[in-house]
Write a protein that binds this ligand. Structure first.
Ligand code: AKG
Length: 335
């Protein structure tokens, strides 16, 4: 009996240790080398379904086009001048708001030409705090077996005090889902030194046909954060790209412009994924997604974390500013 109890205790301890690991040694090595990894089957089908049900509810119940400012999501190109930057966008950091797909509008009339659930490009940016199913995902509650929990992954990646600063459901609507040009997430979510990491969960299968992500492996090591998206000053609203005068890489001897590996230069690698898979993306990694010209849409959920601990400075000019209570802690209190 005693030894059976000990065995149970041992198994429990082992399984807790396994649960807390977040990433395996091989996954960590791949993330360090490539700047991204795909972790299969992190979300069980029931969790995926609950997030899709919530997404549909938000579209049905929370999005009214009657009083919507018709804000379209635009990535804005190199200057950032055309990046979406109206008040509806700039004040969305602690709200759930809906940004529309550019090609959902009729170019001749300027009017929306698609029903609302086929017209949205993304929902953001505070789902992780305001929507219970998305909050549960950040805390990784209710999914069995726990695998690659955000807190455990953040710990495995060496975060001291990770903060979730934004979350989004991103759609690639059938036929019109817009392309996302090559970019680095730390350009938009800048800390000095750069520390952003993206958690990107497929809620539907994403393939080459419907606009999956693709990545330039290893570019996180040699591609500097040369620019940053900031709010324009002077009260007129809007955003712009400015030259980055702060650190351009995370700290560490593995980073620097001399780390470029020539043979792989320019070769983006597609990351086709199944619903429930997680993609982790280093904030310096160049990645993109193509336009969805197919009949099949895809929906994903993503949130980003940054280092909130000592020595990491969040810039007051960033387009996204913290709510009064600060960005959401990822580690449970007291841990
Ligand atoms: O889902 C996409 O197509 C783009 C997402 C992305 O690149 C990001 O969140 O950084």
């Amino acid at each position: 009996m005693y030894s059976a109890c000990l065995a149970v205790l041992f198994l429990k301890t082992m399984s807790t240790a396994r649960q807390d690991q977040g990433l395996t040694a091989a996954q960590l090595e791949a993330f360090d080398r490539d700047g991204y990894i795909i972790v299969p089957s992190v979300l069980p089908p029931a969790t995926v379904e609950s997030l899709l049900v919530e997404t549909r509810r938000l579209l049905d119940e929370e999005l009214s086009l009657d009083d919507h400012p018709m804000t379209r999501f635009s990535t804005g190109g190199a200057t950032g001048e055309d990046h979406v930057g109206d008040a509806y966008f700039l004040e969305s950091g602690d709200k759930i708001r809906f940004f529309l797909e550019e090609d959902a509008f009729d170019p001749a009339t300027g009017l929306l030409a698609k029903p609302k659930h086929r017209a949205v490009n993304k929902i953001g940016h505070y789902l992780h705090a305001l929507s219970p199913p998305f909050t549960a995902l950040l805390n990784h509650e209710g999914s069995a077996p726990p695998k690659a929990r955000p807190a455990a992954v953040a710990r495995a990646l060496g975060f001291r005090d990770p903060r979730c600063l934004q979350s989004m459901v991103i759609f690639k609507q059938p036929e019109i889902g817009g392309a996302v040009p090559p970019h680095q997430d730390s350009t938009f979510l800048y800390t000095n030194p750069p520390s952003a990491v993206g958690f990107w969960y497929a809620l539907e299968d994403a393939t080459l046909a419907n606009g999956c992500l693709s990545f330039l492996p290893g570019s996180h090591r040699w591609a500097p954060i040369t620019h940053r998206l900031v709010r324009k000053t002077g009260g007129a609203g809007g955003t712009k790209m400015v030259s980055n005068d702060g650190a351009r890489f995370p700290e560490g001897a593995e980073y620097g412009e001399d780390k470029k590996s020539e043979p792989e230069q320019g070769q983006y690698v597609p990351g086709e994924v199944k619903a429930g898979d997680l993609v982790l993306i280093h904030g310096n990694l160049l990645h993109k997604s193509e336009k969805n010209l197919s009949q099949k849409g895809r929906i994903i959920y993503t949130f980003h974390i940054i280092e909130g601990g000592e020595g990491s400075v969040y810039d007051g000019r960033n387009w996204l500013q913290p709510p009064e209570q600060g960005f959401t802690k990822v580690y449970p209190p007291g841990v």
